[in-house]
Ligand binder design. Sequence first.
Ligand code: PXL
Length: 255
Amino acid sequence: MKKCAVFNDISGFGKCSLAADLPILSACGVEAHPFPTAVLSNQTAYDSYALADISEYTNAFLTQWKRLGARFDGVLTGYFINASQVNSVIDFIKSQNSLVVVDPVMGDGGERYSGFDDELCRSIKKLCLCADVITPNETELFILTGECNVDSAAEKLLASGVSAVAVTGLESEGKIGCRVYTKQEVRAFFETKTGSYYSGTGDVFASVLTGKMLCGEDVFSAALTAVRFVSDACRLTNQDDAENGIDFEKILKVL
Ligand code: PXL
């Protein structure tokens, strides 16, 4: 089986991060190995949350993985808590020869998430430069590049060495989806938008994309599957419950 290391937080409510990544990768037939970057009562988009900073264990956990000779076909990353943790993960990635998908979790809706200071964002940019595919939303794309135009921001990242940029959460004429930029080609995948805001859609997108690429699909085909999956799950989710994440469990079997 293909093996994927997943660096992300575990949040009790919000059905995002590892709580979404693990079942989705498993449903894709990929062996998922969680590396918790933080433990939260609930994700940070709720009014309040409690967070356990476990970043002091990052190096000890990575040293132990090295001792075990852990090798991975894929690495997926999401939420981090500080720059030193990100730098340790960059060293780990360089020691592997794997497909690297970075979801540069930093913010949404034009705002940074709480705790994402300049130093942390700079380290996440460095992490992106080690990736095969990155999956920023518009806010994250602009933080990464300082640009405020999607096309030129994506071009800038491609020029700095990222092989593919899948920009998520783009909206146009009642539709929502992503545009995938590679040096050779740009393709867009959109579906009808339902509801307004749902927690965890970026995590669901990134884990479907990673799972499908590890199963042999190219980035365009994997992005199409991921857009359709997120859209179908949103349609099946009670909108009053949107903060609790989307009901992807109802359709896991299509993966
Ligand atoms: O879905 C991104 C994400 C991941 N992890 C935590 C978050 C968020 C978004 O708010 O708060 C803890």
